[in-house]
Design a protein around this ligand. Structure first.
Ligand code: BTN
Length: 225
């Protein structure tokens, strides 16, 4: 395994590797050897991971992780950066709370954010997978456009990420809400039905039904069809 340094783009150090188990796992173990604002892009992942200990099936998809050595509002910024980057190709996506990116009602991109603490905060890893092709076995949709170059998309996401880092929290939440799939929709949370009524300023999801109001922090929700 050889990691190639592809240089600096918009303040990010881009590294590329042909094959790796997981870009998140590699950065978790080796974050000290990489500068702040690095991107590790893998042409192939053999053991990609998703949220809730799931496997991220990597097959001809775009897989990379950002490494930040300062804490940012990555949960809010990362999905917006993907939506904004894809809009440049005229692809209109939406965010499914908390940070999946959906296209035509199906999952196109997933994000796995991991913060490292050793007594105190060390680093954050924001791992992103974008499907190039459909993944019918998991109901995922792909970009299905051979004109979209992986490196070009990664650098566009990085540029939007950098712009979003300059915004204050209120502006970020506003942008997040504008691109959201879930607001005013019915959803199932812990086997009960609610309607998503707001994204709170801390990124939690406010939901209501006729008997209660809940603020969901980072659990899984299911959109009701
Ligand atoms: C999810 O949808 O549950 C999150 C999926 C995150 C997948 C990406 S691919 C690059 C990075 N490396 C990993 O092992 N996972 C993330």
């Amino acid at each position: 395994m050889k990691i190639e340094d592809l240089g600096m783009y918009d303040g990010f150090n881009l590294f590329m590797v042909d094959e790796i188990t997981s870009t998140n796992d590699y950065l978790k173990l080796n974050y000290d050897s990489f500068p702040d604002n690095s991107i590790l892009w893998a042409l192939k992942q053999t053991n990609g991971r998703g949220r809730y200990d799931r496997t991220w099936i990597s097959r001809d998809d775009i897989t990379f992780s950002f490494l930040f050595k300062r804490p940012y509002n990555n949960a809010i910024i990362s999905p917006i950066s993907i939506v904004d980057a894809l809009a440049e190709y005229d692809i209109k996506c939406e965010i499914k709370w908390p940070n999946d990116v959906y296209l035509k009602g199906k999952k196109l991109s997933g994000i796995l954010i991991e913060d490292i603490y050793l007594n105190k905060y060390q680093a954050s890893i924001v791992g992103i997978g974008v499907n190039h092709y459909d993944k019918p076995e998991v109901g995922g949709i792909g970009l299905n456009d051979s004109d979209i170059d992986s490196e070009d998309l990664i650098l566009r996401i990085a540029r939007h990420y950098k712009e979003l880092l300059m915004l204050d929290n209120d502006s970020l939440i506003k942008k997040y809400k504008e691109n959201n799939l879930i607001l005013n929709h019915k959803l199932i949370y812990k086997e009960k039905e609610y309607v998503a009524v707001d994204i709170n300023i801390d990124g939690t999801l406010k939901c209501k039904n006729s008997t209660e109001e809940v603020n969901i922090k980072c659990d899984e929700i299911f959109i009701k069809k």
